[in-house]
Write a protein that binds this ligand. Structure first.
Ligand code: NDP
Length: 367
């Protein structure tokens, strides 16, 4: 076992983790970035979800668009240029009960003064034939889990498309796709939607969206040259099957934030997204910050992940400089454990005593 002691440890190498690395490396904090080895079954891909996308047309700064893997290679090169240290290891255990936080892998014990969690989220998949990534299936060649990313691509324009799911994501993706598609068939396994009323209403009112109820997608069909050409559907009550021609299938059955490692140690919502202050990236444990999709069920874009990665690095830097960092409850906390109340009136010292946060009052108290 080797022991590493670091001021900033980042977990995850998508846009959030690598941006946090670029900022903290430039601030001379010598970050260590840990990412999991590639593993298709566990959906771990160094570089994150952009590694399974093709054209990225909405990342600012690339007027002609850029391939997802090329964008992530550039992020990584930039993080390396400023001295980020990389370690490809599975983290098996995390102890956030005291600082330095301790991370364990098969070969290392890593002590971290601050921890930036950027482990992302994974799209849920149906697990049906034809869905896997090219060359095994049509993933990236007509099958996608992100309409915002892939919907505007030429292959989907003026075509009939399929969206699978009945939640807010499915409604949002179907509505978005009607800007380009000639028609969107929304396939849902029940006869009731899970989505919020306002999102349902918007989808029901959209003349380009047709609902196919009580139906499951059994298989995605196509040819390597043309990509997706259709889906085999099964009515889940009658078991009758039929083929539906389509040029694209958007799977919108939810995401799973990659937070199992931190369960019981960090505050999370009911789905498992880490709760942060949202005006900072602080979690409920002082010195632990979260950025990117692991704490964002709403925007989930590369550029917002990179933005919060920058915030996490600046928050960690502030914390290491002994300055107060905004916590989820609205109070601020320093590395020494001083709490500044949300109204900024008082400081609660680590021993529980309370003093005024106003220098004049403090001077009077001392007299
Ligand atoms: P949800 O878990 O809300 O919905 C998932 C949908 O996919 C459900 O309708 C579910 O069916 C269906 N589904 C799940 N597994 C399967 C499967 N194996 N086969 C077929 N269908 C399946 O996930 P969302 O991503 O839609 O939403 C997650 C959270 O993010 C929610 O809180 C949502 O409100 C929020 N969100 C908010 C948005 C906004 O406000 N702009 C946009 C997007 C998401 P069933 O209903 O039968 O369980």
């Amino acid at each position: 076992m080797r022991t590493l002691d670091r001021e900033v440890v980042i977990i995850g190498s998508g846009p959030a983790g690598l941006t946090a690395a670029i900022y903290s490396a430039r601030a001379n904090l010598k970050p260590l970035l840990i990412d999991a080895p590639p593993d298709a079954a566990r959906q771990t891909t160094p570089g994150g979800q952009l590694m399974i996308t093709t054209d990225v047309e909405n990342y600012p700064g690339f007027p002609e668009g850029i391939q997802g893997p090329d964008l992530m290679a550039a992020f990584r090169k930039q993080a390396e240029r400023f001295g980020t240290e990389f370690l490809e290891e599975w983290i098996t255990e995390v102890d956030l009960s005291e600082r330095p936080f301790q991370l364990q892998t098969a070969d290392y014990v890593i002590n971290a003064q601050t921890l930036i969690i950027a482990t992302g989220a994974s799209a849920k998949w149906l697990g049906i034939p034809g869905e896997a990534k090219v060359p095994k299936g049509f993933g990236g060649n007509g099958v996608s889990a992100c309409a915002t990313c892939d919907g505007p691509l030429p292959g989907f324009r003026n075509k009939d498309l399929v969206v699978v799911g009945g939640g807010d994501t499915a409604m949002e993706e179907a509505t978005f796709l009607t800007r380009y598609a000639s028609k969107v068939n929304l396939v849902h396994r029940r006869d009731k939607l899970r989505a919020s009323k306002i999102m349902q209403d918007k989808a029901f009112q959209n003349p380009k969206i047709e609902f196919i109820w009580n139906t499951g997608v059994q298989e995605i069909l196509g040819e390597p040259e043309t990509g997706v050409t259709g889906v085999r559907l099964r009515h889940l009550h009658t078991n009758k099957e039929h083929l539906l021609p389509t040029a694209g299938v958007f799977i919108a059955i939810g995401h799973k934030p990659n937070t199992d490692l931190f369960k019981g140690q960090l505050d999370m919502d009911e789905v498992g997204y880490i709760k942060t202050s949202h005006r900072s990236t602080a979690t409920n444990v002082p010195g632990v910050f979260a950025c990117g999709d692991v704490q964002d069920a709403t925007y989930r874009q590369a550029v917002t992940a990179a933005g919060t990665g920058c915030m996490a690095a600046l928050d960690a830097e502030r914390f290491l400089d002994h300055l107060p960092v905004l916590m989820p409850g609205g109070d601020e906390v320093t590395m020494e454990g001083e709490h500044i109340t949300a109204d900024h009136q008082a400081i609660i010292e680590p021993d529980g005593s309370m003093v005024s946060n106003h220098p004049e009052t403090l001077a009077a108290q001392k007299k």
